[in-house]
Design a protein around this ligand. Structure first.
Ligand code: UT7
Length: 386
């Protein structure tokens, strides 16, 4: 088909990640929780994760600046910013408008999107639709998450699973047969109570609940089961929509919540693990940041060839799920690099967590206890402080 008759698509032309420098190992975690490196590695595949010394906007801004440089475009070229996250610095104003100011995208539309871990996938989907329908021609899609301040560091069921990070991609309109080819999004709303973070939202406002002092309601095995089903089903549906099969996929870049989930999805979708990109050992689950960070690292490691067919499946609270099928373009290296860096950090990850716990305790000292703290007992799996 000649380029002029071809339909408009949204190609990924720039990518950039930002991982805060402080690294929290499984052994670090076992100094504050009743857990072990052996348990965490064998049940999840996670060995370490990053803990941020800066806010969410800072992480996302550095990732955005790197993605713009990789695409060889200026902030002023961007017409849309979709910011995927569930751990906002602020609800009002939104996060995307903060990035708009930082990158100088003066005429851009800017919105936040929250489907938890799938927020990047859903943001990619929204930006893709707005590019394909001609509303905008260049978009920045961000997946960024700052879990550490919202973590219940006394709960080993969840505290070992998550980390902080950010990544972004630039999407540009093209008439070439590349970019997002097909997608499938969905949500098991009936299972939404399997993952609820109490203490984050208006439901708790003015009821004696301190923002950030959370309790995680988390049914790991049910989430696991739904995650495998949702990611595998969405992957096969996206492939079917594009008239392609698992054999056509060059690389699966999945959401990384648990290595065993990734392996089960690969089995069900019929793609061998040699064609699946895995980086969970280094980062844990960074929620919305996971998938775009994995994409950046797959590119850095030379796992994405020009013209490769990529499958990006994900799942998250909601329980949301989805999969994008992306035909990569000709360029797999960045056009340029950015001088933007995070402010320096001297603190260890454990220091950052202890500071976070001290802030929570200080805030709690000056107020009534959270409704769930009135039960007095420490949650199962936590070690006494000290
Ligand atoms: O993006 C959405 C995020 N959600 C997820 O990623 C959750 C998906 N689910 C999972 O990844 C897994 O279900 C988990 C990793 C959360 C748990 O693995 P599991 O194999 O389902 O373990 P389990 O919940 O059945 O727990 C087995 C045992 C329990 O002890 P008992 O009852 O058998 O004595 C737990 O108390 O392991 C215990 N346990 C731990 N032990 C050491 C739970 N967490 C820990 C821990 N360290 N951190």
């Amino acid at each position: 088909m000649s380029e002029s008759l071809a339909e408009t698509r949204a190609a990924i032309t720039g990518w950039g990640k930002c991982l805060p420098p402080a690294v929290l190992t499984n052994d670090d975690l076992s100094t504050i929780l009743d857990t072990s490196d052996e348990w965490i590695v064998s049940r999840t595949g996670i060995r370490e994760r990053h803990v941020s010394h800066v806010g969410l906007e800072e992480l996302a801004y550095v990732a955005a600046a790197r993605a713009l440089a990789a695409a060889g475009v200026q902030g002023s070229d961007i017409e849309l910013i979709a910011f995927g996250s569930c751990s906002h610095d602020d609800q009002v104003p939104n996060m995307a408008s903060g990035i708009q100011v930082r990158i100088g995208a003066h005429s851009a539309a800017a919105f936040d999107i929250n489907t938890a871990c799938t927020s990047f996938l859903y943001g990619l989907s929204a930006a893709n639709a707005l590019i394909r329908t001609g509303v905008v021609s260049r978009a920045l899609v961000i997946g960024a998450e700052l879990i550490s301040p919202f973590m219940d560091w006394a709960d080993r069921d969840v505290a070992v699973l998550f980390g902080d990070g950010a990544a972004a991609v630039v999407l540009e309109a093209t008439r070439r047969e590349e970019g997002v080819l097909a997608e499938k999004l969905g949500c098991y709303g009936e299972a939404r109570e399997t993952l609820r973070v109490e203490g984050m939202g208006g439901l708790y406002a003015n009821r004696g609940v301190l923002y950030g002092v959370t309790r995680w309601r988390f049914e790991g095995q049910e989430i696991f089961r739904r995650a495998v089903h949702g990611m595998a089903t969405a992957s096969l549906a996206a492939l079917a929509r594009a008239g392609l099969t698992p054999d056509d996929v060059d690389l699966v870049v999945p959401h990384q919540a648990n290595l065993r989930i990734i392996e089960a999805v690969a089995r069900r979708a019929g793609v061998p693990m040699e064609r699946v990109y895995v980086n969970i050992a280094r980062h844990g689950n960074m929620s919305a940041a996971t998938l775009p960070v994995a994409l950046c690292e797959a590119l850095e490691e030379g796992r994405v060839r020009p013209g490769a067919l990529l499958l990006l499946p994900g799942f998250g609270a909601g329980l949301s799920f989805g999969a994008q099928l992306v035909r990569w373009g000709r360029r797999t290296t960045p056009l340029g690099s950015s001088a933007v860096e995070l402010p320096p950090n001297e603190a260890s990850a454990l220091d950052l967590i202890r500071a976070c716990l001290a802030r929570k305790l200080h805030a709690a000292d000056s107020r009534a206890p959270q409704p769930w703290q009135q039960a007095a007992a420490l949650p199962r799996g936590s070690k006494a402080p000290g």
